[in-house]
Design a protein around this ligand. Structure first.
Ligand SMILES: Nc1ncnc2c1ncn2[C@@H]1O[C@H](COP(=O)(O)OP(=O)(O)OP(=O)(O)O)[C@@H](O)[C@H]1O
Ligand SMILES: [Mg+2]
Length: 160
């Protein structure tokens, strides 16, 4: 996608929000947003159960390997010692670390899985349920909200 359509998409996300009417379209939106990510980007995905956060993250992972020949072989998820708590995707333009705070009981528990070290990596950190432990989210993070709207979803850029 070219720079103009990327900027238009981001403007739409922050002004009106974007209505996304299928799981496939949610993945496609994640792929679009991935184009603007850089080393150190943190995305906080806020929204209720089943609002589409994981599908969007799948699109981010796909977008980061898009167009990279080596990505064809490396786009598979890499398991880590804490693989049930953080999902790592290597081999793309940037590594992606996907967290979900839903089942985490305390800030200490998150810190014990080396949250700070992942933030210091030159990669992208995406976290679902960030509002459980907002104090752990860096001030520079980009917050997106996901809401149900009949059968579809509305995605909004809250602040970045
Ligand atoms: N834009 C969409 N329109 C309709 N259905 C969607 C859309 N995005 C995702 N879904 C469906 O909603 C369900 C939940 O999606 P997903 O797992 O991505 O949500 P989630 O926000 O990660 O939920 P959780 O908080 O439980 O982790 C899936 O069945 C998926 O197919
Ligand atoms: Mg999820």
């Amino acid at each position: 996608m070219n720079t103009d359509s990327y900027s238009q998409r981001m403007a739409q996300l922050s002004e009106t929000g974007v209505r996304v009417d299928s799981p496939e379209a949610m993945i496609a939106l994640g792929r679009e947003v991935a184009a603007g990510l850089h080393a150190g980007s943190v995305l906080a995905l806020q929204g209720g159960l089943g609002a589409g956060k994981t599908h969007f993250t799948k699109g981010i992972a796909e977008g980061l390997v898009e167009g990279l020949v080596e990505g064809l072989n490396c786009s598979l998820e890499v398991t880590s010692p804490t693989f049930t708590l953080v999902h790592e995707y290597q081999g793309g333009r940037l590594p992606l670390y996907h967290f979900d705070f839903y089942r985490m009981d305390s800030e200490d528990e998150v810190l014990r899985i080396a949250w700070d070290e992942y933030l210091d990596e030159d990669g992208v950190v995406v976290v679902e349920w960030p509002d459980k432990f907002p104090g752990l989210i860096p001030a520079a993070a980009t917050w997106l909200s996901f809401d149900h709207d009949d059968g579809a979803r509305i995605v909004k850029l809250l602040h970045s």
